[in-house]
Design a protein around this ligand. Structure first.
Ligand code: GBH
Length: 559
């Protein structure tokens, strides 16, 4: 096995730049340290088999699913994430303006049991509690988002229009994090558009891209001396779905052309914000600006060419929609072709997918210092000739997606753990987009409960162990440039249309108690231990007192 590690690394060494070579040296050093440690441990058995058992009874392919022992690079980013509307509460306090999520969740029947984010986890008043939780998890970073209407209640950003009290919350949070030796990773837009902009079309109106760049500019100016990792948008695909048919704000049902107009403008907004940073702040602040995209891994339902093409289309429509313009230039060919052909057959004279001119293609290309990836699950994908009408982003793809019935279930129906999918997706990204730096910016699993706390969350211990281990394989065995892993979420929070019913937290939050107490679930300890170990030390060479060892063996299957 160790021989294989070396072979793997040698094979990839020819490819490139000096950063790759230093990466390579770090890896060799890790492997070397590992070998020495193993030799010293006198457990000869492990020298030839540096792998452990299986996490899921459903996944026991010996080549694919065995745990790999090893470590991430020394500067690996470990984080948990939240988003403003999901945790802050204080929805109209201290001069905050309404967002489209305030409007949407206050409409009757939109959200499970008419829940809303008015109070949420009350994080606006609980900086200390939140930082204490982060400390207990040993994380190096905290990913949170800024509420645009909290800092610019009218939407339009200028120093004159800035809501000082709102901005002070983020100043205080950033300072508290840094005092605790935790670095902020800040998302500028996690779905809560100022309502004032929605009144004139929201993201369907391209003026919002200009305002977004001004908003980003002022956030860089206010916080960029301390914030070194910026994410412009969280999941533009899901932002668009709120203009299409999904249960998301603003809830418009414009799934034929609206979703494409929205994302066209978001791509422009993202690029403008990146250029603002590049032109005005990069030299002095020295940070990085990326974008976060969500995508499931797509598994061809059969070996047929039609199904393999369909799985590729799922990835091109799912990730390539944004990643291709940013990392390669323009929309993916297959997307342009599909939407144009469908549009013509629907009697339109031009494609429902807007066209970028040369200038726009060049302005958008190259505008990500890293790719943020939100990944939760995988899907089986087959070719399917969709009905011509009604037209939608979904039917434009001519695919059918589903979960294999043998995959384990969890509290939400769209998510089934398929740990090896994250490794496959990371490999695909590396090949498709020229080996970009990737931060996993979200990954996690949910239980459903609004009655009793479910604190012994073995499903989450399994999920994080298996998924993080697959990321380790991508790093060690596939040489993917993966820089960090972020657990969604730090704590249970407002899970959009599911309200407080679906819980993704490492900490349980009691939403019936006005004090919103946070309690660690069992998985918090396991996650903290993986973080502290920076990966998965071989149990044979680990001190017997490790919590990690005793916990692992309590739920892993060792054949
Ligand atoms: C993330 O989206 C979000 O960034 C985060 O805010 C959220 O809390 C977290 O996931 C957990 O959901 O209900 O069948 O219509 C992940 C991508 C896209 C997955 C929308 C769920 C809805 C499927 N999400 N999708 S369905």
């Amino acid at each position: 096995m160790l021989e294989n590690f070396k072979m793997n690394n040698y094979c990839h060494c020819g490819s490139g730049a000096s950063s790759r070579i230093s990466n390579f040296v770090i890896r060799l050093a890790i492997i070397y340290t590992f070998e020495v440690a193993v030799a010293m441990s006198q457990s000869v058995m492990m020298v030839n088999d540096a792998q452990g058992g299986f996490v899921y009874k459903e996944f026991q392919d010996p080549e694919r699913d065995r745990l790999l022992y090893g470590h991430f690079p020394p500067n690996f980013t470990w984080a948990t994430a939240t988003a403003a509307y999901q945790v802050e509460g204080a929805w109209d306090e201290d001069g905050k303006g309404p967002s489209i999520w305030d409007t949407y969740s206050h409409q009757d029947g939109r959200i499970y049991n008419n829940h809303n984010g008015d109070v949420a986890c009350d994080s606006y008043h609980k900086i200390n509690e939140d930082v204490e939780m982060l400390k207990s998890l040993n994380v190096t970073h905290y990913r949170f988002s800024i509420s645009w209407p909290r800092v610019f209640p009218e939407g339009v950003p200028s120093m004159k229009n800035m809501n000082e009290k709102g901005m002070q919350y983020y100043q205080d949070l950033v300072n508290a994090l840094i005092a605790a030796n935790i670095e902020p990773m800040v998302t500028l837009y996690h779905w809560d558009l100022p309502q004032t902009f929605q009144d004139t079309g929201g993201w369907e109106n391209d003026i919002v891209a200009v305002y977004f760049a001004q908003y980003a500019d002022l956030c860089f100016k206010q916080l960029g001396d301390r914030v070194k990792l910026w994410i412009t948008f969280n999941e533009p695909k899901v932002v668009a779905s709120g203009y299409g048919g999904a249960r998301k704000a603003p809830g418009l049902g414009h799934q034929s052309t609206g979703v494409y107009r929205v994302t066209h403008n978001i791509l422009k907004a993202h690029a403008k914000a990146w250029h603002v940073y590049d032109d005005k702040y990069r030299k002095n602040q020295g940070g990085q600006v990326g974008i976060t995209l969500n995508c499931d891994w797509a598994i061809p339902a059969s070996e047929s060419e039609a199904d393999r093409d369909a799985a590729d289309r799922a990835l091109q429509f799912g990730l390539g929609w944004f990643a291709h313009p940013i990392f390669v230039g323009d929309y993916p060919d297959v997307m342009k072709k599909q939407v144009l052909e469908k549009s013509r057959a629907q009697g339109l004279t031009s494609s429902r997918l807007p066209i970028f001119n040369e200038d726009e293609i060049n302005t958008i290309r190259g505008t990500a210092d890293f790719l943020g990836l939100n990944h939760y699950t995988s899907q089986m994908i087959a070719h399917h000739n969709s009905e011509l009408m009604p037209s939608s982003y979904s039917s434009d793809q001519d695919i059918l997606g589903w979960h294999d019935e043998n995959w384990p279930k969890c509290g939400v129906s769209w998510l089934r753990p398929v740990p090896w999918g994250i490794r496959q997706l990371l490999k695909w990204i590396k090949e498709e987009y020229g080996d970009p730096a990737v931060f996993i910016t979200e990954s996690g699993i949910a239980e459903k409960s609004d009655v009793e706390p479910m604190l012994n969350d073995t499903w989450r211990m399994q999920y994080y162990t298996a998924y993080i281990n697959e990321v380790l394989k991508a790093y060690i065995l596939d040489d993917v440039d993966v820089r960090g892993y972020t657990a969604w979420s730090l704590m249970d929070n407002f899970e959009w249309a599911d309200g407080y019913l679906s819980r993704f937290g490492l900490h349980y939050v009691d939403f019936n108690d006005p004090a919103r107490p946070r309690t660690p679930k069992a998985s918090a300890e396991i996650f903290a231990d993986i973080v502290r170990n920076n990966g998965f030390p071989n149990p044979q060479i680990l001190s017997k007192s490790s919590k990690y060892l005793s916990k692992l063996s309590s739920y892993l299957l060792f054949p």
